[in-house]
Design a protein around this ligand. Structure first.
Ligand code: DC
Length: 228
């Protein structure tokens, strides 16, 4: 398939990029990767292995010793599978303990190098909808369609609360809001690949849009790119 089917979607937590990327990949009939899952897998491995997250050298050793492997697989519930070493991990990636430390782990430049190399190899393998924080800026800067998906903090907190409630997880809204604001701050202000709209990207504010509406806009951008 042509290069126009490479779509980069970046944005803050709760902007809807994971849901949108998954729906878009189905609509386009191409594979999908949520790169946040790779950083989450490393954070989970650190938690389970008792590796302190603020010890950069130890986290880097862990990333090298226990490679995070992702395989794109349309039949998997998320559209891809993540392995830490030999073990496949799923819902554990979205545990609250993981969410609270993942921004620290993902800020280490050595960790990012390892992940970005793997993500680029996946992109070279064929068309993909890839979602994350640095996909349009670093991983696939030449992707013909680059989207920066945003939404107000209030909308993002409300979505995450609904998502967690569906999983039977009850959290205090104020606490979740503070946690998401803190994560935004870390992602935007870190030295290595901070969250930014990529040059040439299209910003979509999803605060008042449905998933279908966002997917429709991106699908139109893909069509326009294909026609160029
Ligand atoms: O999208 P998410 O909430 O699952 O992402 C988890 C963390 O990983 C988030 O704090 C930022 C980081 N991340 C990143 O730095 N680069 C990416 N491409 C994807 C996620």
């Amino acid at each position: 398939m042509a290069a126009f089917a490479h779509v980069a979607i970046d944005g803050p937590a709760g902007s809807g990029k994971t849901t949108v990327a998954r729906a878009l990949s189905r609509r386009l009939g191409i594979l999908h990767l949520d790169t946040g899952a790779m950083y989450r897998a490393l954070a989970l491995a650190a938690l389970e292995g008792g590796v302190p997250v603020d010890d950069e050298a130890a986290i880097l050793r862990l990333a090298r010793a226990k490679p995070i492997d992702v395989a794109l697989d349309e039949r998997a519930p998320e559209g891809f599978r993540v392995r830490i070493g030999e073990r496949e991990v799923g819902v554990d990636l979205y545990r609250n303990e993981v969410s609270t430390i993942v921004s620290v782990v993902s800020a280490y430049s050595g960790v990012r190098e390892i992940m970005v190399e793997r993500q680029r190899a996946i992109a070279e393998g064929g068309p993909v909808v890839m979602a994350g924080r640095d996909i349009g800026t670093v991983v696939m800067p030449d992707a013909p369609v680059k989207i920066f998906l945003t939404a107000s903090l209030e909308a993002r907190v409300a979505r995450r609360l609904a998502e967690l409630a569906q999983q039977g997880v009850v959290v205090e809204p104020g606490e979740l809001r503070a946690q998401m604001a803190e994560r935004d701050h870390l992602d935007v202000n870190r030295a290595a690949s901070p969250l930014r709209p990529a040059p040439g990207s299209m910003t979509i504010d999803s605060t008042d849009l449905s998933v279908e509406q966002v997917v429709e806009r991106i699908a139109q951008a893909v069509e326009a790119a294909a026609a160029r």
